[in-house]
Ligand binder design. Structure first.
Ligand code: IMP
Length: 211
């Protein structure tokens, strides 16, 4: 997107004092999205109301992103003014393993599983098939809910997963994911590098036009 348009949109958001509320409790995602909207007021919903569990029972990333954003919008609409809710639902897909874990990425090792449990379960799944490296991709569906309605966009990041971890940066499956064009994992690369071309950034670039 043209830098000038981005600047105008950011200024517009600032002038109106509009808050961007993130419908996420994932600290890795919150850090990345706050980093992207550096010039705007970005809050996690848990900065305003107590954190609670949102049942993400959609069968697509897009449906789950809409569920999260709508749930938080409904909770906040009588409490604060001039805000939009932004939700992201994302995950990683490994085609050679039949497309797992996909929309189940967050609970691949079971409900309530940690990022580490999920990461090591995927590494074990590769090892079971004697796969050292295979193509994979991240998907992010982004949803905005405001008084204007519901809007969504998708972003993708292609690369490979390896059957080991390298580096401890990023979050989730990052220590086993090597983006196309790189030899290091996202666990080894700086957050700014990931931020330039990540699935989340690509979806945010599209959705930013709508804010
Ligand atoms: P969600 O919070 O319900 O959308 O779950 C997303 C799942 O995909 C979590 O397990 C994350 O760890 C994983 N995931 C999504 N985006 C990324 C990323 O950028 N890096 C690493 N893992 C990710």
């Amino acid at each position: 997107m043209c830098k000038n348009i981005e600047t105008i949109i950011v200024l517009f958001v600032l002038r109106l004092g509009m808050k961007i509320i993130l419908a996420s409790g994932n600290s890795g995602k919150i850090r990345e999205i706050k980093n992207y909207y550096k010039d705007s007021e970005v809050l996690a919903y848990s900065d305003i109301i107590e954190k609670f569990e949102i049942i993400e029972d959609g069968d697509t990333y897009q449906k789950n992103a809409i569920i999260k954003a709508t749930t938080i919008y409904e909770k906040l609409k009588d409490k604060i003014d001039n805000f939009i809710v932004l939700a992201d639902d994302s995950g990683i897909t490994v085609p050679s393993l039949g497309g797992i874990p996909g929309v189940f990425s967050a609970r691949y090792a079971g409900i309530g599983a940690s990022d580490k449990d999920n990461l090591h379960k995927l590494i074990d799944a590769l090892k079971e098939k004697n796969i050292k490296k295979t193509p994979a991709f991240y998907t992010a569906a982004m949803a905005i809910v405001s008084e204007k309605g519901v809007f969504t966009a998708h972003g993708f990041m292609h690369g490979s997963v390896i059957a080991e971890t390298r580096g401890d940066g990023g979050f989730g499956y990052d220590p086993m994911f090597i983006p196309d064009g790189f030899s290091k994992t996202l666990g080894e690369l700086e957050i700014e590098v990931k931020q330039e071309f990540s699935h989340r950034t690509k979806a945010l670039r599209l959705i930013k036009l709508l804010i």
